[in-house]
Design a protein around this ligand. Structure first.
Ligand SMILES: C[C@H](O)[C@H](O)[C@H]1CNC2=NC(N)=NC(=O)C2=N1
Length: 114
């Protein structure tokens, strides 16, 4: 469990600063299973989780949906047979906010709880 999951998300505003530079490197180092990607010039963090079948993949996806709704912050979720890929970024700032790293850590906790 990353310490990041202990943090609370803050209300994100359109003028919130994007995470960059040393802070970005530090946050990425706390989430070793996550990859930094740039899609349509927008930085995001992505991880693919594996499952034994589609039903358990869907159950995890629904748990992530509950997390997202409770925090008012939503990932892209790709649910496939045996796999779920999550991508977190902040739409308002078209980039990465600390909230994205907090929720990625919370996503890992949900996965590890099984
Ligand atoms: C109106 C609604 O609360 C906002 O659009 C929220 C919804 N969920 C969100 N999710 C993400 N990832 N980024 C946002 O900027 C965002 N904004």
């Amino acid at each position: 469990m990353s310490e990041l999951s202990e943090f609370s998300c803050e209300a994100c505003r359109s003028d919130a600063p994007r995470v960059t530079g040393d802070e970005l490197e530090q946050l990425l180092s706390e989430l070793p299973d996550w990859e930094l990607e740039v899609i349509d010039n927008v930085r995001q963090i992505t991880r693919t989780y594996t499952f034994s079948n589609f039903r358990t993949a869907m159950q995890f996806s629904n748990a992530i949906a509950d997390l997202a709704e409770s925090e008012g912050h939503h990932p892209a979720i790709l649910t496939e047979w045996g796999k779920v890929t999550l991508s977190w970024w902040t739409h308002k700032i078209m980039g990465l906010h600390k909230n994205d790293f907090i929720l990625a850590a919370r996503s890992d906790d949900i996965y590890e709880k099984g």
